[in-house]
Design a protein around this ligand. Structure first.
Ligand SMILES: Cn1ncc2cc([C@H](O)c3cccc(CNC(=O)c4cc(-c5ccc(F)cc5)cc(O)c4O)c3)ccc21
Ligand SMILES: [Mg+2]
Length: 214
């Protein structure tokens, strides 16, 4: 039977990158997606913006909503200090299976906990199940109509603290108008837009960085 795109992406990682070298994994995925098959990774251009936000923040507790093949998981985890933890939520079992192998190939499994399940089910369980008080950094890259409800859910569950940074992918393409309107108008957030391009294309897209003010 025909392979899936995530399976072909994993093969490209295993063929064209070095086990235990996250940068080579990132480069192999970007090369595959630019020259072979487009895939919905945050990509190299927006990825560099993601890197700078993470490096500046040095977060201990990170939540990623939407793992897909683990590209942004690897980008974030490779920058985390020893002892820091990234929890990534993926509801699609096929994506999760590939992501686990990509994360393991990069040698980052000790920093990453991939949870198979939906954000709406797992956000309310973060405290009792993972012993998480609050998150320092949240990367939103899952279904675009879940960004706003899940942000409100994280607020209600007390998972955000003064200074928690939310970084949202695809705020232009495909777009998240209700989320943007909320974080840009709420007195509880200081928000700014990083203009970029849709991964591996010339179309406009960007990241919205929103700091929770408590
Ligand atoms: C509830 N819950 N909890 C965990 C969780 C995890 C998932 C999956 O990881 C998943 C599956 C399918 C789609 C997404 C969202 N991503 C996108 O839709 C996207 C599209 C494009 C684009 C842009 C232009 C196009 F022409 C086509 C696609 C570019 C991008 O960067 C994207 O992130 C995420 C889903 C719901 C989940
Ligand atoms: Mg995305």
């Amino acid at each position: 039977t025909k392979s899936t795109r995530p399976q072909r992406l994993l093969k490209a990682v295993q063929k064209h990158s070095t086990r235990g070298d996250p940068q080579s994994v990132i480069s192999a995925i970007d090369h595959f997606c630019r020259h072979r098959e487009w895939a919905m990774n945050v990509g190299d251009e927006k990825g560099s913006i993601l890197d700078s936000v993470v490096s500046e923040l040095n977060p201990e507790k990170v939540l990623e909503l939407g793992t897909y093949c683990g590209y942004s998981t690897v980008r974030i985890a490779r920058l985390l200090p020893p002892g820091a933890r990234l929890i990534t939520l993926e509801f699609n079992a096929d994506y999760a299976a590939i992501a686990r192998q990509v994360i393991a190939w990069a040698g980052l499994e000790d920093k990453v906990q991939l949870v198979e399940g939906a954000s709406g089910d797992w956000i309310p369980r973060m405290k009792e199940h993972f012993g998480i008080e609050t998150f320092d950094f949240v990367f939103l890259d899952h279904w675009k109509d879940r960004y706003l409800p899940d942000t409100k859910l994280m607020e209600d569950c007390g998972l955000l603290r003064k200074g928690t940074v939310l970084l949202a992918d695809n705020v232009i393409c495909p777009g998240v108008p209700d989320y943007l309107e909320y974080v840009r108008n709420s007195l509880s957030y200081k928000s700014c837009y990083f203009k970029s391009h849709l991964e591996y294309t010339k179309a406009e897209d960007g990241l919205e960085k929103s700091v929770f003010l408590g």
